[in-house]
Write a protein that binds this ligand. Sequence first.
Ligand code: 5AD
Ligand code: SF4
Length: 444
Amino acid sequence: MPASAPPKTYRVKSFGCQMNVYDGERMAELLAEQGLTAAPENADADLVVLNTCHIREKAAEKVYSDIGRLRREDGSTPLIAVAGCVAQAEGEEIMARAPSVKMVVGPQAYHRLPEMVREAAAGRPSTDTDMPAETKFASLPARRRSGPTAFLTVQEGCDKFCTYCVVPYTRGAEVSRPFADLIDEAHRLVDSGAREITLLGQNVNAWTGEDAKGRAIGLDGLIRELAALPDLARIRYTTSHPNDMTAGLIEAHAVEPKLMPFLHLPVQSGSDRVLRAMNRSHTSDSYLRILEQVRAVRPDIALSGDFIVGFPGETDAEFAETLRLVDTVGYAQCFSFKYSPRPGTPAATMDGQIAPEVMDERLQRLQAALNRDQLAFNRASVGKTCEVLVERRGKRPGQWLGKSPWLQSVHFTGEAAIGDLVRVELLEAGPNSISGQPVAMAAA
Ligand code: 5AD
Ligand code: SF4
């Protein structure tokens, strides 16, 4: 590969989950520290990092079409790096299939990006899909910029091995980041403007650590410590596994006012046979019991989940059990997906793969039920007054957009600034947002 001038501008494009958004921000910070500047929206960049997702087929295929689209009119391409879970899963294969890619870097190795960029510019493409998570965080620059809402990865990887899921292979084993590092990063985020922090992990509630006094603590302990930061107003966490919902974490929803009344707890299916085949290690009943416990201590909690339809062998009757579970819970919002075989996972070679049209039909029925419940949840909020954390301006003059404690998008018109917590009366609800009017300004 011929050498090229070192890149001056970069763009990081992240796909998939919030962990990828977090990783994308950290890669951008790394590149900025090397003196590169972010390319303006729609402008050409010298270096493009595609931070990819491998969780479902479409997400992975998208990478190759995106690489193709990066070709300029004169046939040249920017320096392209593929990062994230597709990088981890496919490694050097990517460069064989897309020769314009000069760097392939897995989710645990992206601290090496600056060095890889220098090498690639000098004509030496490289791949790094090494796995130890600790070194990455230790070698990232300190956080210096934040909007009103920020992500903080506290835990990575997964030991659960659900039979459909590629995450244990692409993100590796569960690793918790040390308590002191997280407190330090949270301080920096708050000092640079964050009012809300969402703690992230594939199994965030499996986080464990030792507090400053050397006591073993779980996610609830970490939440308590973060809640002591005076300028931090809100704490959220995602994604949780039902089996790691400890009594302490449930209790935190009762006693910690900064912990927002929202729980994303994927269930995937309402059928115990399917859950067993998925290796989920919970039943629909044990899942419902957890939700009951959370609702007992925090009756207004907004519930969210993930569903997969068309897992191999799923019968009509088993799918009907999923619909029944949805009816029982009354979710505030959910994600739902058609099963997608992931190479190397046990479910990919199971008997009874479901026909696409059956999956389509099931997904439509499930989503109709979930949309109905989402609208009902939003409508039930009308008349409440709550704090809205202002995230950005709306399209109309004087209009602001933000989130309610229950993670609903709220828009209102009035005096405000980004990062304010504004008391808003909720007036009218749609499926995806609620309009309101400010009643009085809380301490900003
Ligand atoms: N097919 C479809 N959906 C999947 N998910 C994970 N793996 C697959 C797959 N192979 C969904 C699950 C998970 C969410 C992040 O993505 O619902 O909770
Ligand atoms: Fe994947 Fe299951 Fe781990 Fe979630 S808990 S990341 S679905 S293996």
